[in-house]
Design a protein around this ligand. Sequence first.
Ligand code: ISL
Ligand code: CA
Length: 562
Amino acid sequence: MQKKWWKESVVYQIYPRSFMDSNGDGIGDLQGIVSKLDYLKTLGVDVVWLCPVYRSPNDDNGYDISDYREIMAEFGTLADWRELLDGLHARGMKLIMDLVVNHTSDEHAWFAESRKSPDNPYRDYYIWRPGKDGREPNDWSSFFGGPAWEYDEATDEYFLHLFSRKQPDLNWDNGVVRREVYEMMTWWLDQGIDGFRMDVINLISKVPELPDAGTDVRDGSYHFGGKYFVNGPRVHEYLQEMNREVLSKYDVMTVGEAIGASPEDALHYVGEDRSELNMIFHFELMDVDSGPGGKWDVKPWRLADIKANITKWQTSLNGKGWNSLYLNNHDQPRLLSRFGDETRYPKESGKMLATLLHTLQGTPYIYQGEEIGMTNVKFASIGEYKDIETINMYREYKALGHPEEKIMNSIYVKGRDNARTPMQWNAEAQAGFTTGTPWIAVNPNYKEINVEAALADPDSLFHYYRRLIELRKQHEIIVYGDYSLVAEDDDRVFAYVRAFGNERLLVILNFFGEETSFALPAEVAAADAELLIGNYAREPLPDQGLLTLRPYEARVYKYTVS
Ligand code: ISL
Ligand code: CA
């Protein structure tokens, strides 16, 4: 296993629109982030991942880019961005930028040209097809509902958009497009950034024939066409080219978002002999509470599935590639609401989940507000929601006759706006996020859950995150140790051992709000184990090797074997 700075780092994800507003217009911005850099330094993170700040009409909050080399006016200017980069570097932190190149905005200059005529030089920057039998060229659905095709009158053809109709897919089979992307990446790297998070990067290559996804005759419904574009035919060729032409020339980190990737797929992207990416974000763990109907078809998660999934990824990549570790992000519900108990045991369960995030093999990613225990939000009506995916789903399900209560409940549990309410800085108006009216309402629990309170309480979740980040710097075993699952059949406790030379780390996590007992593995009971961190007051190990774990108790022991 090669040692790398990005394996030893902890990443903090910022969703700029919701982080900090500096000028009272209700929208988070770059100067807002600049004003909070010392906060990030106190937490101790090494890298900031900045969600898109490029020029954008904001159909999908910046994931629809109209100019890759300009900053969104609402967020500030390139000079503000430069101040952010310099401020991070001055504090010993790094910056990775979001790279959204599966699609652009339909307001990008390339698309404005492309839609003009079939022989426009930009036509082939995008994926255009004539209709079939008076319908879309195929039956693919968009991730945000409805068909993946939009008809364009000017040339009487359709263009492909896997996401919203304002996010046309780029045609990666066109070498000129790839050249444009590589030049743009080089431009940012030359500004001094430290890497990229690549949006839905495993969707860039489509099977050129674009076959129908459904098996039956076209019946007017749309189907997920994933088998024709998830890990598509030329994706590895393109990523290897990108690596050769761009990434290999810099000492940077890359993490690719990879929908539907299995560990076997992952190794094709991150295998150390592959020269593609450093890490991917997979979705398997985020699907443990999805039923057969997909993300909105909510079912309870089972600890056995979480253990099996994490174990599979930890062991499959060990020694061959590197894992990313995340339990939430800007697209997912808050981890405390999803996997912990935000009502009875917010502190204990938050710390237990934090222990999990920071003691696996891989690079941990913290999403803004996670470190203070921010939770999901329940807005009274759909009118208060801003997210395009949520709003489209609501309309679609309403039209299909689903009951209001059921739809709202899926939104409460899974909607993306759960993660996008403003960062809670203090107990003052609008949680200290803005002096104006925030673009999306603040979670009403900000009076109790906020940064100021967290910093003042030495026992807070925040300080626990800080200690976990510090421990990673002190113990190589936390970063590099091999993982093995302990007590597989225990349905209350998730426990595992990390091994590095003759050092061992034993992590014990009670995943529920009831007391439970746990038998220490023999090699620990005998050894002189040191409790590195735990979320309850320290207690000596019992001689008989049987622990009683309190609700959501987490303990991490370090010991050596001969
Ligand atoms: O989580 C999801 C599955 O339903 C989707 O919300 C999400 O669109 C998907 O994970 C891809 O995400 C990325 O690309 C999208 C953008 O909306 C997301 O914010 C981004 O993370 C399109 O650029
Ligand atoms: Ca602002």
